[in-house]
Write a protein that binds this ligand. Structure first.
Ligand SMILES: [Zn+2]
Ligand SMILES: [Zn+2]
Length: 290
Protein backbone atom coordinates (compact mmCIF):
# COMPACT_ATOMS: atom_id res chain seq x y z
CA UNK A 1 0.00 0.00 0.00
CA UNK A 2 2.80 2.38 0.97
CA UNK A 3 4.67 1.47 -2.22
CA UNK A 4 1.53 2.19 -4.21
CA UNK A 5 1.25 5.66 -2.69
CA UNK A 6 4.92 6.39 -3.39
CA UNK A 7 4.41 5.26 -6.97
CA UNK A 8 1.36 7.49 -7.37
CA UNK A 9 3.20 10.55 -6.13
CA UNK A 10 6.12 9.73 -8.46
CA UNK A 11 3.72 9.54 -11.40
CA UNK A 12 2.19 12.86 -10.42
CA UNK A 13 5.67 14.41 -10.36
CA UNK A 14 6.45 12.99 -13.78
CA UNK A 15 3.18 14.34 -15.19
CA UNK A 16 4.11 17.83 -14.02
CA UNK A 17 7.54 17.46 -15.62
CA UNK A 18 6.15 16.31 -18.96
CA UNK A 19 3.60 19.09 -18.89
CA UNK A 20 6.44 21.58 -18.36
CA UNK A 21 8.35 20.05 -21.29
CA UNK A 22 5.30 20.40 -23.53
CA UNK A 23 4.83 24.03 -22.48
CA UNK A 24 8.48 24.67 -23.26
CA UNK A 25 7.90 23.13 -26.71
CA UNK A 26 4.87 25.33 -27.33
CA UNK A 27 6.70 28.51 -26.33
CA UNK A 28 10.04 27.57 -27.85
CA UNK A 29 11.92 30.55 -29.21
CA UNK A 30 11.72 30.59 -32.98
CA UNK A 31 14.19 32.06 -35.35
CA UNK A 32 13.92 32.82 -39.03
CA UNK A 33 16.02 29.74 -39.69
CA UNK A 34 13.56 26.88 -40.27
CA UNK A 35 16.18 24.13 -39.77
CA UNK A 36 17.07 25.47 -36.30
CA UNK A 37 13.36 25.72 -35.45
CA UNK A 38 12.85 22.12 -36.51
CA UNK A 39 15.85 20.79 -34.57
CA UNK A 40 14.89 22.66 -31.40
CA UNK A 41 11.34 21.35 -31.68
CA UNK A 42 12.54 17.77 -32.05
CA UNK A 43 14.78 18.21 -29.01
CA UNK A 44 11.87 19.45 -26.82
CA UNK A 45 9.52 16.73 -28.05
CA UNK A 46 12.13 14.05 -27.36
CA UNK A 47 12.23 15.36 -23.78
CA UNK A 48 8.46 14.99 -23.60
CA UNK A 49 8.50 11.39 -24.86
CA UNK A 50 11.22 10.52 -22.37
CA UNK A 51 8.98 11.77 -19.53
CA UNK A 52 6.01 9.89 -21.01
CA UNK A 53 8.09 6.68 -21.13
CA UNK A 54 8.97 7.12 -17.44
CA UNK A 55 5.26 7.43 -16.56
CA UNK A 56 4.44 4.25 -18.45
CA UNK A 57 7.31 2.48 -16.71
CA UNK A 58 6.11 3.70 -13.31
CA UNK A 59 2.60 2.44 -14.09
CA UNK A 60 3.78 -1.03 -15.04
CA UNK A 61 6.71 -1.38 -12.72
CA UNK A 62 6.17 -4.11 -10.14
CA UNK A 63 7.77 -3.31 -6.82
CA UNK A 64 10.17 -5.72 -5.24
CA UNK A 65 8.05 -6.97 -2.34
CA UNK A 66 9.77 -7.61 0.95
CA UNK A 67 8.59 -10.26 3.41
CA UNK A 68 6.45 -8.72 6.18
CA UNK A 69 7.91 -11.08 8.76
CA UNK A 70 11.66 -11.11 8.06
CA UNK A 71 12.22 -8.30 5.55
CA UNK A 72 13.75 -10.75 3.03
CA UNK A 73 13.30 -9.98 -0.64
CA UNK A 74 10.89 -12.68 -1.64
CA UNK A 75 7.23 -11.76 -1.88
CA UNK A 76 4.81 -10.64 0.82
CA UNK A 77 5.66 -13.67 2.95
CA UNK A 78 8.80 -15.56 2.01
CA UNK A 79 8.99 -19.33 1.73
CA UNK A 80 11.01 -19.72 4.93
CA UNK A 81 8.53 -17.68 6.99
CA UNK A 82 5.60 -19.53 5.41
CA UNK A 83 7.20 -22.82 6.44
CA UNK A 84 8.16 -21.60 9.93
CA UNK A 85 5.13 -19.59 11.02
CA UNK A 86 2.17 -20.40 8.80
CA UNK A 87 2.94 -24.11 9.02
CA UNK A 88 1.06 -25.41 5.95
CA UNK A 89 2.39 -28.85 6.95
CA UNK A 90 0.13 -28.89 10.03
CA UNK A 91 -3.61 -29.24 10.49
CA UNK A 92 -5.83 -27.08 12.71
CA UNK A 93 -7.96 -28.66 15.40
CA UNK A 94 -11.46 -28.50 13.93
CA UNK A 95 -12.85 -27.28 17.25
CA UNK A 96 -10.28 -25.00 18.92
CA UNK A 97 -7.91 -24.08 16.08
CA UNK A 98 -4.73 -25.30 17.77
CA UNK A 99 -2.05 -26.45 15.31
CA UNK A 100 -1.93 -30.23 15.24
CA UNK A 101 -0.56 -33.08 13.16
CA UNK A 102 -2.06 -32.96 9.66
CA UNK A 103 -3.61 -36.43 9.90
CA UNK A 104 -5.58 -35.59 13.07
CA UNK A 105 -8.99 -33.86 13.27
CA UNK A 106 -8.90 -32.72 16.89
CA UNK A 107 -6.31 -31.85 19.50
CA UNK A 108 -5.92 -33.93 22.64
CA UNK A 109 -7.98 -31.48 24.75
CA UNK A 110 -10.90 -31.39 22.34
CA UNK A 111 -10.78 -35.17 21.98
CA UNK A 112 -11.64 -35.46 25.68
CA UNK A 113 -14.36 -32.81 25.50
CA UNK A 114 -12.34 -29.87 26.87
CA UNK A 115 -12.81 -27.76 23.74
CA UNK A 116 -15.15 -24.83 23.07
CA UNK A 117 -18.88 -25.48 23.46
CA UNK A 118 -20.36 -22.52 21.60
CA UNK A 119 -18.05 -22.33 18.59
CA UNK A 120 -18.69 -24.49 15.55
CA UNK A 121 -15.05 -24.25 14.47
CA UNK A 122 -11.96 -22.17 15.13
CA UNK A 123 -9.14 -21.73 12.68
CA UNK A 124 -5.86 -19.87 12.84
CA UNK A 125 -3.65 -18.67 10.01
CA UNK A 126 -0.38 -19.59 11.70
CA UNK A 127 1.54 -20.48 14.83
CA UNK A 128 2.04 -17.78 17.48
CA UNK A 129 5.83 -17.74 17.36
CA UNK A 130 8.85 -16.04 15.78
CA UNK A 131 8.09 -13.61 12.98
CA UNK A 132 4.29 -13.90 13.25
CA UNK A 133 4.39 -13.24 17.00
CA UNK A 134 6.72 -10.25 16.47
CA UNK A 135 4.37 -8.94 13.78
CA UNK A 136 1.31 -9.15 16.06
CA UNK A 137 3.15 -7.62 19.02
CA UNK A 138 4.38 -4.74 16.89
CA UNK A 139 0.81 -4.05 15.73
CA UNK A 140 -0.50 -4.07 19.32
CA UNK A 141 2.25 -2.75 21.52
CA UNK A 142 4.10 -0.42 19.17
CA UNK A 143 0.90 0.99 17.67
CA UNK A 144 1.27 -0.16 14.07
CA UNK A 145 -2.33 -1.12 13.16
CA UNK A 146 -1.76 -0.28 9.49
CA UNK A 147 0.74 -3.18 9.21
CA UNK A 148 -2.34 -5.41 9.13
CA UNK A 149 -3.09 -4.11 5.63
CA UNK A 150 0.13 -5.77 4.43
CA UNK A 151 -1.20 -9.23 5.31
CA UNK A 152 -4.85 -8.48 4.47
CA UNK A 153 -4.87 -10.46 1.24
CA UNK A 154 -3.08 -13.69 2.27
CA UNK A 155 -4.96 -13.79 5.59
CA UNK A 156 -8.35 -13.26 3.90
CA UNK A 157 -7.55 -15.89 1.28
CA UNK A 158 -6.74 -18.31 4.08
CA UNK A 159 -9.95 -17.46 5.96
CA UNK A 160 -12.27 -17.98 3.00
CA UNK A 161 -10.54 -21.26 2.15
CA UNK A 162 -11.16 -22.58 5.69
CA UNK A 163 -14.55 -21.28 6.80
CA UNK A 164 -18.02 -21.13 5.24
CA UNK A 165 -19.40 -17.79 4.01
CA UNK A 166 -21.44 -16.14 6.77
CA UNK A 167 -23.88 -13.27 7.34
CA UNK A 168 -21.21 -11.08 8.86
CA UNK A 169 -17.93 -10.71 10.71
CA UNK A 170 -17.56 -9.54 14.28
CA UNK A 171 -14.45 -8.46 16.15
CA UNK A 172 -13.88 -9.61 19.71
CA UNK A 173 -14.66 -6.35 21.52
CA UNK A 174 -12.19 -4.52 23.73
CA UNK A 175 -13.10 -2.84 27.01
CA UNK A 176 -13.37 0.96 26.70
CA UNK A 177 -10.54 1.52 29.20
CA UNK A 178 -8.18 -0.71 27.17
CA UNK A 179 -9.33 0.96 23.96
CA UNK A 180 -8.56 4.39 25.43
CA UNK A 181 -5.09 3.13 26.35
CA UNK A 182 -4.23 1.53 23.00
CA UNK A 183 -6.22 3.75 20.68
CA UNK A 184 -7.48 0.91 18.49
CA UNK A 185 -8.75 -2.63 18.69
CA UNK A 186 -6.53 -4.87 16.56
CA UNK A 187 -9.41 -7.34 16.12
CA UNK A 188 -11.48 -4.54 14.58
CA UNK A 189 -8.64 -3.62 12.22
CA UNK A 190 -8.44 -7.28 11.17
CA UNK A 191 -12.20 -7.31 10.62
CA UNK A 192 -11.92 -4.22 8.40
CA UNK A 193 -9.20 -5.95 6.38
CA UNK A 194 -11.43 -9.01 5.90
CA UNK A 195 -14.37 -6.79 4.95
CA UNK A 196 -12.21 -4.92 2.45
CA UNK A 197 -10.85 -8.09 0.84
CA UNK A 198 -13.92 -10.35 0.97
CA UNK A 199 -16.84 -7.94 1.12
CA UNK A 200 -18.46 -9.67 4.12
CA UNK A 201 -20.50 -7.21 6.22
CA UNK A 202 -19.12 -6.05 9.58
CA UNK A 203 -21.42 -6.71 12.54
CA UNK A 204 -21.39 -4.59 15.69
CA UNK A 205 -23.27 -4.61 18.94
CA UNK A 206 -21.30 -6.74 21.38
CA UNK A 207 -19.51 -4.91 24.17
CA UNK A 208 -16.93 -5.84 26.69
CA UNK A 209 -18.51 -4.52 29.86
CA UNK A 210 -15.95 -5.83 32.30
CA UNK A 211 -12.25 -5.39 32.06
CA UNK A 212 -10.18 -8.36 33.15
CA UNK A 213 -6.62 -8.28 34.32
CA UNK A 214 -3.96 -10.14 32.35
CA UNK A 215 -4.97 -13.73 31.69
CA UNK A 216 -1.52 -14.90 30.65
CA UNK A 217 -0.78 -16.98 33.74
CA UNK A 218 -4.25 -18.47 34.12
CA UNK A 219 -5.50 -21.87 33.00
CA UNK A 220 -8.36 -22.23 30.53
CA UNK A 221 -10.86 -22.93 33.36
CA UNK A 222 -9.63 -19.91 35.36
CA UNK A 223 -9.87 -17.72 32.27
CA UNK A 224 -13.40 -18.88 31.51
CA UNK A 225 -14.41 -18.15 35.09
CA UNK A 226 -12.72 -14.74 34.90
CA UNK A 227 -14.59 -13.87 31.70
CA UNK A 228 -18.06 -14.73 33.02
CA UNK A 229 -20.26 -11.70 32.41
CA UNK A 230 -17.48 -9.79 30.62
CA UNK A 231 -19.40 -9.48 27.33
CA UNK A 232 -22.90 -8.27 26.54
CA UNK A 233 -25.02 -8.15 23.39
CA UNK A 234 -26.75 -4.78 23.01
CA UNK A 235 -29.64 -5.86 20.75
CA UNK A 236 -29.98 -9.64 20.73
CA UNK A 237 -32.69 -9.55 18.02
CA UNK A 238 -30.14 -8.06 15.60
CA UNK A 239 -28.05 -11.22 15.84
CA UNK A 240 -30.90 -13.75 15.88
CA UNK A 241 -30.61 -16.40 13.18
CA UNK A 242 -27.27 -15.09 11.86
CA UNK A 243 -24.02 -16.91 11.18
CA UNK A 244 -20.79 -15.10 12.05
CA UNK A 245 -17.04 -15.18 11.94
CA UNK A 246 -15.71 -14.09 15.31
CA UNK A 247 -12.32 -12.46 14.79
CA UNK A 248 -9.38 -12.03 17.16
CA UNK A 249 -5.63 -11.69 16.76
CA UNK A 250 -4.48 -14.61 18.89
CA UNK A 251 -6.11 -17.59 20.56
CA UNK A 252 -4.24 -19.57 23.17
CA UNK A 253 -6.77 -21.36 25.35
CA UNK A 254 -9.76 -20.17 23.31
CA UNK A 255 -11.42 -18.80 26.48
CA UNK A 256 -12.03 -15.28 25.10
CA UNK A 257 -13.59 -16.54 21.87
CA UNK A 258 -15.69 -18.93 23.92
CA UNK A 259 -16.94 -16.18 26.25
CA UNK A 260 -18.07 -14.01 23.31
CA UNK A 261 -19.56 -17.04 21.55
CA UNK A 262 -21.59 -17.83 24.65
CA UNK A 263 -23.41 -14.46 24.60
CA UNK A 264 -23.87 -14.66 20.82
CA UNK A 265 -25.33 -18.14 21.20
CA UNK A 266 -27.66 -16.73 23.88
CA UNK A 267 -28.85 -14.13 21.34
CA UNK A 268 -29.83 -16.79 18.84
CA UNK A 269 -26.77 -16.81 16.57
CA UNK A 270 -26.94 -20.06 14.61
CA UNK A 271 -23.30 -20.65 13.68
CA UNK A 272 -20.11 -19.14 15.13
CA UNK A 273 -16.69 -19.61 13.55
CA UNK A 274 -13.61 -18.30 15.32
CA UNK A 275 -10.87 -16.84 13.13
CA UNK A 276 -7.46 -15.76 14.39
CA UNK A 277 -4.12 -14.70 13.00
CA UNK A 278 -2.29 -17.10 15.26
CA UNK A 279 -2.87 -19.99 17.64
CA UNK A 280 -0.84 -22.18 19.92
CA UNK A 281 0.49 -25.54 18.92
CA UNK A 282 -0.12 -28.93 20.45
CA UNK A 283 3.27 -29.31 22.07
CA UNK A 284 2.67 -32.87 23.18
CA UNK A 285 2.47 -34.05 19.58
CA UNK A 286 4.19 -31.44 17.44
CA UNK A 287 7.79 -30.57 18.28
CA UNK A 288 8.50 -26.84 18.60
CA UNK A 289 10.54 -25.40 15.75
CA UNK A 290 11.34 -21.96 17.14
ZN1 LIG B 1 10.34 -14.00 5.58
ZN1 LIG C 1 -8.72 -28.47 19.99
Amino acid sequence: MRDFRIRLSAIRGLLFESQATLTAYKHRPRTTDRTTNYEKGVEDLTGFWKEAAKITQALWYVDQQTCVFCGGEQGVICQTCTTNYLRPDLGRCKRCGKLILAEKLHCLDCEVGKGPKYLDQVTAWGHYSGGLKDFIQKVKFEAHPRNIMEIARPFSDWAISQLPVVDGILAVPMHSSRLAERGFNQAEVLTSALHWELGLPILRGVERIESTSSQVLLSRQERLHNLKGAFAVLQPEYFKGKSVWLVDDVTTTGATLEAVAEVLHGSGVLAIYGLCLAAGLEKKLVPLRN
